[in-house]
Design a protein around this ligand. Sequence first.
Ligand code: BG6
Ligand code: MG
Length: 219
Amino acid sequence: METDKGVIFDLDGVIVDTAKFHFLAWRKLANDLGFDFTQEQNEQLKGVSRVESLKKILEWGELELSKTEFKRQMALKNENYLSYVAKMDKREILPGVQKIIDYLIINNVPFALGSASKNARTILKKISLLEKFDAIVDGTDVSKAKPDPEVFLIAAGKLRVKPENSIVFEDSVAGIQAAKNAQMLSIGIGDPKTLGEADYVFPDFTKIDLDFIKKVLTK
Ligand code: BG6
Ligand code: MG
């Protein structure tokens, strides 16, 4: 296939359903601190860095923590989150994802990871996908959180693909906005009511056929 395009995948909620583990771990933290938050509020945490997530949650609980306690709570959350990650293996790759990755490889289309997570490499290793990506940009590489386009712009740069030739798969509102801010084509994975700003939205990867991928790669 003749294309000068590249693909960027978010990780949590796109390649694997770790979004549910983040939710469980944040919820436990909130409950331990004496309050709760809803699934709707949780949408605002998707794609958002660990620090920013904790700031939002504490606002919801109307709590303020000292610097030391804030750090301790972040570490506890991550420890709890990693206890779920520890049980992961390649069966956790969401249905339909592998088929698209294989298609990109066969057609020599470069693809990268663009994730806010500092645990991205650990997770990719657990699901045996670490070596497949042409580039990995994660929470350890960026200084500005989504919706800032930084993570996707660095990823496109590493793939040597122009931003306007990049296609982003995202499950979060902040991530779709980041793709838009980077002038990239955005494909939302999830609920169209939540991800209405995306250029396309699919409930999951099983609903995306290879003709669609070919179309966006060649137009
Ligand atoms: C994003 C998730 O991918 O990574 C967020 O959608 C998460 O929920 C963020 O807070 C940071 O992840 P981590 O693994 O560094 O805590
Ligand atoms: Mg995500």
